[in-house]
Design a protein around this ligand. Structure first.
Ligand SMILES: NC(=O)c1ccc[n+]([C@@H]2O[C@H](COP(=O)([O-])OP(=O)(O)OC[C@H]3O[C@@H](n4cnc5c(N)ncnc54)[C@H](OP(=O)(O)O)[C@@H]3O)[C@@H](O)[C@H]2O)c1
Length: 332
């Protein structure tokens, strides 16, 4: 009997995880949904949402999928682990912990062999970048990356989608837009040149720092130079990234296209778009071209649904590997 807990089930990522568990026929006999007091007691997909508090019964779970923010993960993940569950966490709470594997299912599933009950899912912008870059890194090595992101509002959660919609509706109706609540400026018909938050004394945002740290951890290469600018754009779903990469050995655009065409989870297109990527599990890569300013540099455009491969799909793919491992087919 396999029991799965979904913590943060009512959120932007949680709802997609539930859909995917169903669509991918995840071998669960029971799925229990947890959220905060805001939605405990409501119905979701025929199940009643449970309140995650001191009275909650955390026993008997095989897998717990967390997407309820870093604070909730820090408070509750270890309690599920202590009761025997493997926790797959979407938040940033444990990604920097050297004892916690940070896994992209197509890139470094081998890291799962060393988990101690906790597995971290990377940040959504890093996730899609890793799927696109790992085949190139394996073939010729990556020396330096320059990435500019164009991140959708659903990356901030369900409330941010409502904020974009409310501002856009007001402006189209010719009335003043409601004041920004989640972002430092209006997001409708605008671009915010710093996605994430600035820590005291840092001139990079936490989103930018996550991409730098997580890329090196997942590709297992501390020597990669990375410059990142994370930007928020008025798109509901799917993050886009303009990527410039300098390789260690020379490689041309045609060979890169061949490598990516053979790699799992990638679709090559001329110019991928966030609208077309929304609702899809793959990472879309296009505009692969030589950067004439350097003999070993290339540019490309990488787009993926941040709620799917950027979060829920990868978490469920890891859950499938963990379930197979528990059933006696260990990760190779
Ligand atoms: N959105 C993305 O693209 C993305 C990508 C990768 C990773 N993540 C990470 O995934 C997590 C969730 O993101 P999201 O975008 O889904 O956020 P969201 O739409 O705001 O949803 C948050 C979820 O967490 C629940 N929650 C909040 N506080 C809780 C508490 N104290 N106890 C139990 N449940 C609680 C909420 O329940 P209520 O309904 O009761 O409020 C809701 O289900 C975050 O850590 C985020 O960084 C998000």
């Amino acid at each position: 009997m396999t029991r799965v807990a979904v913590v943060g089930a009512t959120g932007a990522v949680g709802r997609v995880m539930l859909e995917l568990l169903h669509q991918r026929a995840f071998p669960a006999d029971e799925i229990v949904l947890f959220a905060s007091a805001r939605s405990a007691g409501t119905e979701l997909g025929g199940r009643t949402v449970q309140l995650l508090d001191e009275n909650a019964d955390l026993s008997g779970f095989d897998i717990a999928l967390f997407s309820a923010g870093a604070g909730t993960s820090k408070m509750w993940a270890s309690r599920f682990v202590d009761q025997g569950a493997v926790v797959i966490d979407n938040s940033s709470a444990f990604r920097r912990d050297p004892s916690v594997p940070l896994v992209v299912s197509e890139v470094n599933p081998h890291a799962l062999r060393h988990h101690h009950g906790l597995i971290a899912n990377p940040n959504c912008s890093t996730m899609q970048l890793m799927v696109a870059l790992a085949p190139i890194h394996r073939a010729v090595g990556i020396e330096r990356l320059i990435v500019s992101t164009y991140q959708s509002v659903s990356g901030t959660g369900k409330a941010a989608v409502q904020e974009l919609d409310a501002q856009a509706r007001a402006d189209l109706d010719g009335v003043p837009m409601p004041a920004p609540e989640l972002y430092p400026d209006h997001i409708a018909f605008n671009v915010i040149g710093a996605a994430g938050n600035f820590a005291e004394g840092d001139d990079h945002t936490d989103e930018e720092r996550k991409m730098m740290f997580e890329t090196r951890k997942i590709l297992e290469d501390e020597s990669i130079g990375i410059a990142v600018t994370c930007v928020r754009v008025p798109v509901r779903v799917s993050h886009s990234e303009a990527v410039n990469l300098q390789t260690r050995e020379p490689i041309g655009p045609d060979r890169v296209r061949e490598l990516l065409a053979d790699a799992p989870g990638i679709i090559l297109e001329h110019v991928p778009s966030p609208l077309r990527a929304a609702g899809r599990d793959e990472v879309f890569v296009g505009r692969i071209r030589r950067d004439d300013s350097h003999p070993r540099a290339l540019s490309m455009w990488v787009v993926s649904d941040n709620l799917r491969k950027g979060a829920a799909t990868n978490a469920v793919q890891i859950a499938e590997l963990v379930a197979a491992d528990r059933a006696g087919s260990p990760v190779s």
